[in-house]
Design a protein around this ligand. Structure first.
Ligand SMILES: Cc1ncc(COP(=O)(O)O)c(C=O)c1O
Length: 395
């Protein structure tokens, strides 16, 4: 008898993947340039040249046995030290190398952290819309995901709802900013408010709820006035999950880290739990070559001006055609109100105009669609008449 839960999970076809496959087929039929595939969140700009240069240099100048060997389970010490130093310089924290655990990207950071924290039946609160894998990862760690609707229209955390959802089973609040799928960035006042509620809960009940921030899009913000606050500066029991998948356009290389706040209560216990979960999940260590790369290119990103330009062109055009768009300040996603009650039906109609959009239902928010605008600027330009025709078909 196989594990039924996992077999069922393996059989569920992701609607995003299905749409992507449909797009591939359609491109063969009518030509690539005539299909506007906004389904996937795969970076469309190449990794910056610094990546190839650093990799060449590392390969040319490092003993291959050492370079490609296992590292410590938590990651090479000098790499973790360099991540902690960079993080401290940027966010005024006091992390040591022993606060950092190198991972195979944000997905691994999430599964390891959730497995370290959760016992059967524990709850994790998040705000909809949310990355669908949160449910899969939480449930696999024995927990239950409680998705609170975000504030309608702004898609910021609903603080009152958070306050009422807290109970002794809640072990963590999981946030994601810049957000997939809305592109919304939680500002300082949002983080302060979330931290305020959790701080008050800790004072009144003695027990802590971890604040976990999933930040693969941290570097993808487009305006100088928009900042992604570091949660550790607002709440002691904070854990930041980071990935280089999007910032350096390296999603296939699987590299990221967990940063445990230096003021976390029982920090050493939590770190031990992370070590244990990483071991039990069989991660062994993060890719050794890419750990060495990380050490060399702190602060470097791929050319995000392409995403900014795409955001600006698309936002301006969609608003001028009459769409209601939640202003995206970061990531490479835009959340647009469906022109009919069912976003699924709206996405079906969009296909007639060769627009491949994802219904918000997949992210726990009905009535909206996600546009992944990590595509070429030419695709954005060519798609505009289709977006106009789509909304006009409802008039
Ligand atoms: C919100 C969010 N978290 C985590 C991940 C996983 O990223 P990674 O490639 O680093 O595992 C993604 C990927 O799209 C994401 O959108």
């Amino acid at each position: 008898m196989l594990n039924e839960k996992n077999v069922a999970l393996g059989k569920v076809r992701s609607s995003i993947r299905e749409l992507f496959e449909y797009g591939k087929k359609r491109k063969e039929e009518i030509g690539e340039e005539n299909v506007f595939d906004f389904s996937l969140g795969n970076p469309s700009v190449p990794a910056p040249p610094e990546v190839a240069e650093a990799l060449k240099d590392i390969i040319d100048n490092t003993d291959p046995v050492a370079l490609h060997g296992y590292t410590s389970a938590q990651g090479d010490y000098s790499v973790r030290k360099s991540v902690a130093d960079y993080f401290n310089a940027r966010f005024s924290t006091a992390l040591g190398a022993d606060c950092i655990y190198m991972t195979c990207g944000a997905a691994a950071s999430l599964t390891i952290t959730l497995n370290a924290i959760l016992n059967d039946g524990d709850e994790v609160i998040t705000f909809a819309p949310y990355f669908p894998e949160y449910k899969v990862f939480t449930e696999h760690a024995g927990g239950k995901l409680i998705a609170l609707p975000a504030v309608a229209g702004t898609f910021k955390p609903d603080i009152k709802a958070l306050e009422s959802a807290l109970n002794p089973r809640v072990k963590a609040v999981l946030i994601n900013s810049p957000n997939n799928p809305s592109g919304v960035v939680y500002g300082e006042e949002d983080i302060r408010a979330v931290a305020g509620v959790l701080g008050k809960y800790r004072k009144e009940h003695g027990s802590s709820v971890y604040l976990i921030s999933d930040e693969p899009y941290r570097e993808l913000v487009f305006d100088k006035s928009v900042k992604v606050p570091c949660i550790m500066n607002y709440y002691d029991d904070s854990v930041v999950l980071y990935s280089y998948s999007k910032s350096l356009s390296l999603p296939g290389e699987r590299i990221g880290y967990i940063a445990v706040g230096d003021r976390v209560r029982e920090r050493e216990e939590l770190y031990a739990g992370i070590m244990g979960a990483g071991r039990a999940l069989g991660f062994v260590c993060a890719p050794a070559l890419f750990q060495q790369l990380v050490k060399r290119i702190h602060g470097v990103t791929s050319d995000i001006s392409v995403y900014k330009r795409n955001r600006d062109v698309l936002l301006k055009a969609l608003e001028s055609y009459g769409y209601t768009v939640v202003r995206p300040d970061g990531a490479f996603y835009m959340f647009v109100k469906s022109c009919e009650p069912s976003a699924v039906a709206f996405c079906e109609r969009a296909k007639k105009y060769e627009l491949l959009l994802v219904a918000g239902d997949d992210f726990g928010a009905e009535g909206y669609v996600r546009i992944s605008y990590c595509v070429s600027p030419a695709t954005i330009e060519r798609s505009l008449p289709a977006f106009r025709a789509l909304i006009e078909s409802y008039k």
